[in-house]
Ligand binder design. Structure first.
Ligand code: TYM
Length: 337
């Protein structure tokens, strides 16, 4: 008799993005673009991390608008809801529950070493809340709930990924086999897109508007911001992040968007001026962003469709998350619900 073999389960991916502020070219190049590239090879879940966003004060109407816009944007970059589970973190209650459980397996010392906590508490000195402190624990739960193998993120999330692995190993040490220990997945080019105004810092959606290119920026805004980007005074196009951070950042952006090697671009532009480099960067951005914006506008005009996507997503994610949550709760010793 012919034996049918069950197809091997694809490896699983989970990643997320916060609905705080306008998504930037850094988010796109560092993370979102890769999500699209991975959708066929992996079993993917992508989450709008709204629970994470409230570690900083949010205006309710703005948070709602930014959340739904982010969902439309995920669709606009081409993520198919049939292939990817797209959902709002707050719609899957297991995230908050898992966050609590994992808090009890995480040490204060570990959290106080997190650079994002140090940065954000300096920036929001009037609101250093406990959520900000335990943010990485909630994030670890996001990943571990789905038994994710890979987590495609930008470089700024490295420390969070490491602590997630530490927590997973610790819990597995007590209760063997509860969690898959995940790995970070970083892009070769553009894992850290830098600010246009201070190219020694990462491009961030919480910085002033002229520091970043927003995925939804108009072509005019993109050209203006790139034209004003900080470079240096020696007028030589060379890839040298240490000594020429501004120019190197522009070269990296161009490389990430065109797929051409960064050194090859630098060579082909040697002898040209910074104005030429900036024009090339601005046009590459406009060319990438315009079709995304067109699709974004179409999705935003169909609220019923967006709702069907996030409802289905939460339902699918919830089932998967519940399996892991109840497994851990049983091992800890809670009475089954
Ligand atoms: P967030 O919302 O800050 O950023 C979303 C993704 O964009 C990447 N990114 C960048 N990549 C390159 N250059 C930049 N300048 C740049 N800025 C942002 C980030 O690395 C990230 O991949 N904690 C996460 C959200 C989150 C999450 C998760 C991610 C919550 N739970 C579980 C993965 C898995 C965050 O704040 O991302």
């Amino acid at each position: 008799m012919e034996q049918t073999q069950a197809p091997a389960r694809k490896q699983r991916i989970l990643s997320g993005i916060q609905p705080s502020g306008t998504p930037t070219l850094g988010n796109y190049i560092g993370a979102m673009r890769n999500w699209k590239l991975l959708e066929d090879e992996y079993d993917c879940l992508y989450m709008i991390a709204d629970l994470h966003a409230i570690t900083v004060r949010q205006e309710p109407a703005k948070l709602r608008a930014q959340s739904i816009q982010l969902l439309a944007l995920l669709l606009a970059i081409g993520l198919a809801p049939e292939k990817n589970v797209l959902f709002f973190q707050s719609h899957v209650r297991q995230h908050a529950e898992m966050g609590w459980l994992l808090n009890c397996f995480t040490y204060m010392g570990e959290m106080s070493r997190m650079t994002q906590f140090k940065d954000k508490s300096a920036k929001h000195a009037d609101n250093i809340n406990c959520g900000l402190f335990t943010y990485p624990v909630l994030m670890a739960g996001d990943i571990l709930l789905y038994q994710a193998n890979l987590v495609p993120v930008g470089q700024d999330q490295t420390q969070h990924l490491e602590i997630c692995r530490d927590i997973a190993n610790r819990v597995n040490g007590l209760y063997p086999g509860v969690f898959t220990v995940p790995q970070g997945y970083y892009p070769k080019v553009g894992a850290r897109v830098m600010s246009l105004q201070d190219p020694t810092r990462k491009m961030s959606k919480s910085d002033p508007d002229d520091c970043f290119i927003g995925i939804l920026d108009t072509p005019d805004a993109v050209r203006r911001k790139v034209r004003r980007a900080v470079t240096d005074s020696d007028a030589q196009i060379r890839f040298d992040p240490e000594n020429k951070p501004g120019v190197s950042n522009l070269l990296s952006i161009l490389s990430a968007l065109t797929g051409e090697d960064v050194h090859a671009i630098a060579e082909s532009m040697s002898g040209k001026g910074y104005g030429d480099l900036k024009n090339a960067v601005a046009e590459a951005c406009v060319e990438t962003l315009t079709p995304i914006q067109d699709r974004f506008n179409q999705y935003m005009s169909d609220k019923a469709y967006l709702e069907s996507v996030y409802r289905t997503g939460a339902e699918r994610a919830g089932k998967m998350a519940e399996r892991t949550l109840s497994k851990l709760m049983k091992k800890i010793g809670f009475i089954a619900r």
